[in-house]
Design a protein around this ligand. Sequence first.
Ligand code: GLU
Length: 490
Amino acid sequence: MVNPANSKKVRVRFAPSPTGDLHVGNIRTALFDWAYARHTGGTFLFRIEDTDTTRVTDEYIAAAIDTLRWLGLQWDEGPEVGGEFGPYLQSQRLDIYSHWAEKFLEQKDAYRCYCTPAELEATREAQRAANQAPGYDGKCRDLTPEQIASYKSEGRESVVRMRMPEGSTTFVDAIRGEVSFEHKFVPDFVLVRGDGSPLYTLAVAVDDILMKVTHVLRGEDLLSSTPRQIRVYQAMGVAIEDYPIFAHLPFVMGQDNAKLSKRNGEVSIAWYREAGFLPEAICNYLALLGWSPGDDRENISMEELTGLFTVERVNSSPARFDMKKLEAINADKIRALNLDEFLVWAMPFLVKSQIISGTDTEIALVKSALPIIQERITRLSEIPAMLNFLFAKNFRVEAESVQKVNDDASKAVLKRALDELTPLAQWTHESIESILRAALIEELGLKPRIAFGSVRIAVTGSTISPPLFESMELLGKTTSLERISSALTL
Ligand code: GLU
């Protein structure tokens, strides 16, 4: 039984195959890997598993690096930072995998298989018909030199397959305890394709050993590849105490209880970034998805996470992704920003939506406006719509709101507001509020929603805006009054 010693300095890796943008599931794994390394004072490695060149692109690799950086999951070894055991892109390590595949062939741990895709399919078909588990039947395990010569003369390509001995593999998973796989369900597997390129199972196992990885924390979907990886370690002649400890994280489920996937809401971290989620909010939320610090808190900082993170506290049952919770945490994190930080986060959203170009005057106005919206937004992407009224060059009331201010009752409200506000000397939100309350609510007896609703549309162009009186103060007297007058002509 595989039960490696646990006394070495921790080295833990995040090893995605970037066949697309990184998703919630990947990032939760990365976060736990990082937190475990930081908690133990160990090393966090970042390795790009890009041997499947048909699916992994340079663009996705660059995006993965960027996403990890944005989240603040700084790696100690990996792309861009290097390290003692590099390179950390598997596509740059192909000679290493060929070397080991050759060695396994020499040792007879592996063999060349000449079966064609059509033959393999026929075998699978027969297995299905006989109700047997599908998998390679070992046909090429013990070919004679004559058979090999004959296959070669037919011009057949060969793959390299690992020989799985009879028996079973048992290992202790740090989250789910002892796990066993009968080898009759782990058929001889391909290490190297016909074109000489390595498969994931070979590359991942070789690298985890050569990079001296002590802990493999990764998604549960990879549990069943563990016995194959252990088989590679054995063929490499690795001592059991040098095998990494495995910890398979439970699946993340969607709201519908199915495994989180594109279909039920799994979207890329790049999407969350554009939608205005803060990295601290994503990390906070994902940290508590399947792991608990031992109480039911919903807010946790990165420092607290690294202080408290242990694999023992990872739950073995699936976690459920809840967008509402993530949004609530994001709103909390936005509220916790100081003004300068909030400004730094807000600016790109405003510039990207072309509401401002970023001049000093604009920045100053944004800075004075941010406090009035800080309590009100859940995502940073709401900022442009909230602050647009302050910067709009050709201001207009939005089409769907026009009919809410062009009836006689609204016009009467606006007219009265204009009359009251025109002589107002001190243009502060307090004075604006008190004068409008006295005139519209107390004297005219209107409901605040009706009275202030019309003024809000006139001044901000929309029914949704930051608090009205503060907005008017920021906008200034001249512009506010101009807008009310022009609403009277709608
Ligand atoms: N590269 C693998 C994947 O993205 C994960 C490797 C591992 O964690 O063992 O699916």
